[in-house]
Design a protein around this ligand. Structure first.
Ligand code: HEM
Length: 321
């Protein structure tokens, strides 16, 4: 559905509040019985924000449900199938979902949680990764120049937008995206996982229902695996045999910015494509330079993802005549 600017701003507003307060609210999870007493105000704040989120998202979910019912009725009346003219969206898929064990549909509150997860999981991660990558291209102009020359070799002069097929002919671009995700993974941990029964891992027993997580950033910075790990060197991903790096970790795990195994990010392919598309077009259209006398500061700050403490500032000059 096409939402108006005002509605989009409202969605952004509530989602942004959830993101910036993520760590503050996450603490409430550790010992809810105790935090409900000692951090009462924080719980109140969380519930109030959650109500705002429901006020914004539930009407949109209901509107989609109504549209579907109207379509079904119309197609019965007209004896015509309108499904082909219809673009399926995420909300349609969760409206149709039925929990197999409980044999019931999702309620509106559960749908709000899923929409919120999907919106944050699909936007904040990619935009954070994009900012880190662009910051490195501003900090290291020789890498930016090498990428521009690669793009110039593939794209016709004067062509405004780089096409998806053209991205596949740019190995250095791919290497830059992978190096960005290794050096600055948006999430320094994956989502919390739990074991369903006692499990032995190395010398340790992980008890049933125990929460476990993985040090994603540390893995990508391991000096036993990566040479000069804190340096930004896309060349490390340019293999001589032309074999692409396996980001899913199905052969070996050298880094896991999208997690690994059954719960790997379902959108890792889309995310990499988005990053390739944005970076290639931003560099093709503009030259990016540091603001006079300013060295790009790569200090980190933890929000929902690990973002630039001092957001990237750059001068951009159009390249296309
Ligand atoms: C650079 C961009 C992205 C990064 C670094 C990233 C990273 C991750 C990570 C680390 C996880 C957790 C994996 C685990 O728990 O083992 C995850 C899960 C998830 N991601 Fe992404 N993600 C990105 C983009 C996206 C996009 C574009 C979408 C949706 C359009 C998305 C949707 C999801 C969803 C729904 C989950 C939860 C899957 C589950 O619980 O099984 N992500 N992502």
């Amino acid at each position: 559905d096409k939402h108006d600017e005002n509605q989009i701003k409202k969605i952004m507003g509530v989602q942004r509040q959830m993101i910036v307060n993520f760590s503050k609210f996450n603490i409430l999870n550790f010992w809810p019985g105790v935090t409900k007493i000692v951090l009462r105000n924080r719980w109140r704040e969380l519930f109030s924000l959650r109500r705002c989120q429901e006020d914004v998202l539930i009407p949109l979910i209901r509107a989609r449900k109504k549209a579907k019912e109207e379509r079904v009725n119309k197609s019965k009346e007209d004896k015509k199938d309108y499904e082909d003219e219809y673009v399926l969206c995420y909300v349609d898929t969760i409206l149709a979902l039925e929990l197999p064990e409980e044999k019931r549909k999702l309620n509106e509150e559960e749908m709000v949680s899923l929409c919120s997860e999907f919106l944050n999981g699909g936007t904040d991660t990619t935009s954070t990764a994009l900012q880190w990558i662009m910051a490195n291209l501003v900090k290291y102009p020789q890498i930016q120049e090498k990428l521009f020359m690669e793009i110039k070799g593939v794209v016709q002069d004067g062509e405004e937008n780089i096409k998806e097929e053209e991205l596949q002919k740019m190995p250095y671009l791919k290497a830059i995206i992978l190096e960005g995700l290794r050096r600055h993974p948006p999430g320094h941990f994956v989502l919390p996982h739990a074991v369903t029964e006692d499990a032995v891992l190395g010398k340790y027993v992980v008890p049933k229902d125990g929460t476990i997580n993985f040090m994603v950033a540390e893995m990508g910075w391991n000096p036993k695996v990566w040479e000069d790990p804190m340096a930004f060197k896309p060349e490390r991903f340019l293999s001589s045999g032309g074999e692409t790096f396996d980001i899913t970790g199905s052969r070996e795990i050298k880094m896991m910015p999208f997690g690994a195994g059954r719960r790997i990010c379902p959108a890792y392919g889309l995310a990499i494509l988005h990053l390739e598309y944005f970076v290639a077009n931003l560099i093709w259209r503009f030259e990016w330079k540091a603001v006079d006398g300013d060295d790009v500061d790569l200090s980190e700050k933890e929000e929902f993802t690990v973002v630039m403490k001092n957001p990237l500032q750059a001068q951009i000059c159009p390249r296309l005549k």
